[in-house]
Design a protein around this ligand. Structure first.
Ligand code: NDP
Length: 293
């Protein structure tokens, strides 16, 4: 039976550490860390995500600076809101909640965020820093995967890793992080021929294809560590990932569940990015180095 990569439990443990780090740094910093989530429009799913992030902030002592602009906000109004948050001394992390309403161009807006306050780690400069192995906030989902693996003593060094998916949000930074951890990495995508022959070579398989239950027992070699990033709502209710968990559980060495695997770690890494930025700005001794991927 596969070891359960329990992201929910690990996220709860990490929240305790983040809380302690904040308490220890308060005297030197003179204020709590601050995260600003900028939401435009009324997408109901985004409202739920933002509320969850704000609740997580409240649990550990990060101040939330929620900013909500109407769906008809202009590009210039959003730019101005971002610039105000860049200049706000109380804010250590900024997140622009995607997707944006139609008519707004996300690329120049994301580029406007101060790279050192880029809580999502998706600014072009921070992706470049990841590529070059330089310090900077890392993309939350793949960083959360790396922390989950490390927590279970799964060292990618020397292993054959396969990442299914090459998005800027997940697949690409995931491949770079695994490579930085000395895995030998193959990236598969929608044009990959004979996917099974590639995924069967994996000792660590990360699936971020956004295709419900596409990976089954015949895609892996028994003993593989499988991380399922995908998250989908089943038409009949409930959630599933990109892998057929019931097929993989008996043969994989480890498997992340959906829900309760990568999802909770993504939110936690947002908090890590914010608290680490706060520590660096105020020269607070960092006790979270093992979470900095
Ligand atoms: P994208 O749709 O942006 O990217 C999907 C990637 O998978 C693309 O590179 C695509 O290839 C590739 N792909 C699609 N179909 C196949 C296929 N049949 N075989 C091989 N590769 C394929 O998705 P994201 O990266 O944003 O997200 C992936 C999944 O992860 C989604 O289910 C999303 O909901 C989930 N997610 C979960 C998070 C969490 O916290 N748990 C956070 C972020 C995402 P190509 O480039 O050729 O199109």
């Amino acid at each position: 039976m596969a070891l359960r990569l329990d992201g929910k439990q690990l996220a709860a443990q990490l929240e305790v550490r983040l809380q302690l780090q904040i308490q220890k740094g308060m005297a030197a910093a003179g204020r709590s860390p601050g995260l600003a989530v900028l939401r435009i429009g009324d997408d109901p799913a985004s409202a739920v995500y933002v509320r969850n992030k704000e609740k997580a902030c409240a649990r550990i002592g990060v101040e939330s600076f929620g900013s909500h602009l109407p769906a008809h906000a202009s590009q210039q109004e959003v730019l101005t809101a971002i610039r105000q948050l860049n200049a706000d001394e109380r804010v250590d992390g900024i997140l622009l909640q995607l997707p944006l309403p139609e008519g707004l161009d996300e690329t120049p807006l994301l580029a406007e965020i101060d790279p050192n306050k880029d809580a999502d780690g998706l600014h072009t400069l921070n992706l470049g820093r990841l590529l070059k192995g330089e310090q900077g906030p890392r993309s939350c989902t793949p960083a959360g995967v790396m922390v989950m693996l490390r927590d279970q003593g799964i060292d990618p060094a020397g292993k054959r890793a396969v990442v299914v998916g090459r998005s800027i949000l997940v697949g690409q930074p995931m491949a770079l992080m695994l490579q930085a951890a000395n895995a030998t990495v193959t990236v598969a995508h929608s044009r990959t021929q004979d996917l099974k022959s590639i995924t069967r070579q994996a000792e660590i398989l990360v699936v971020a294809a956004g295709r419900p239950e596409m990976i089954g027992a015949d895609h892996i070699t028994p003993g593989c560590v499988v991380v399922d990033v995908g998250i989908h709502r089943r038409p009949e209710g409930g959630l599933c990932g990109d892998v057929r968990a019931e097929e993989l559980e008996p043969i994989a060495a480890a498997l992340s569940p959906v829900p309760g695997g990568v999802g909770p770690m993504t939110v936690t890494m947002l908090l890590v990015n914010t608290v680490v930025a706060w520590c660096r700005r105020h020269q607070v001794a960092l006790e979270l180095s093992d979470l900095v991927v």
